[in-house]
Design a protein around this ligand. Sequence first.
Ligand SMILES: [Zn+2]
Length: 375
Amino acid sequence: MKNTVNVSPEIIHIPEKPSFLPHLQPTVNMLAAVIEPKDANTLVRKLNHIAPLENLQHVKRVQKKCIDGGKPQLSLLLSVAAETDVVVLELVKSYQLSTFITRVCKYAATSKEEWEEQCKLWPTSYHPPTYNISGITGFSEEDSQSIFGFMRHTIDLATSSVVGQVVNAAVIVDPSTKQVIASACDQVISSASLANEVSKERSCCNYLENLNQQRLLLDRSIGEFKHIINNVACVHPWRWALQSSGCWHPLRHAAIVAIEYSAARDRQLFPDYKALCHLESDIQTNGHSSESLRPYLCTGCDIYLAWEPCAMCAMALVHQRVRRIFFSTANSNAGALGSVHRLQGERSLNHHYGVFRVLLPEVVKLVDSKTAGSG
Ligand SMILES: [Zn+2]
């Protein structure tokens, strides 16, 4: 039987965008129109204002084609077809444009081959990635064993913090020293602060009642697992708002708390931050690196998470300049690293981390979940 086969642990890279064959890239329907060249500048300016192509910044607004006799013909993207609003339609009317529907590629090309396929539909721009993920993929046997070890430690935290339940756990590691910098689990709102924050006594009662109910959920068989994970904050980021079942802090998800602990550790190790800043600027003007003095946020660090993080946690990890994220279980409800969103592919961000899913046989047995979107 499949379930009894021993699976070996595995590290799977979750790419910045879903992989498609170049000629099978997903597309978006757009409303477009052929325009007079003399109107092009005005129309582009107006449309950038009333219907900016926010999620399609790689797509060129104007397509230039040579029709018979070498005469150029300009076509203009007006808006995403499904989002065409009254203002765009008024523009269409006032310039007497005859519109048509065309397709453009949904994601920016990541290779020249993809870009060439994209331009067959509608012109796009292609910028080879400015960051380099080579060197963070391809793990040596020693690195792999260390990654599996840290992930096991993270899973232990996630399953042992509250009896009978699974929460999210986060472990920040400095890979150069293989040292744990900080670790944390999802934090529960204490009954007192819950009363303050939600200001309803009833919620307190519900919270206590709920906690008791959850403590009864000791059975960790697969059939029961769904109930037990109800309190993984990243999987249910809005559950706290439902008074009947909310008891986990809306903001204190494991990753956020671990970041806080790591900042506290830095403050403790480098108490005289201001003096150090001056020292650093002196050193920098003398042409020496200051990296050995003080870590900048979580630069160069890895974080291990039992669950794929939600958008809030994934974004906090961008701000922290984390180098790599390893998570164990995909979060099909609210995961921001491949399952629902894909923050690592968001080109407008000023930092990108490598994302990996770590499959451990013991966890695979426990949760029968889909992969986080390598396909
Ligand atoms: Zn979260």
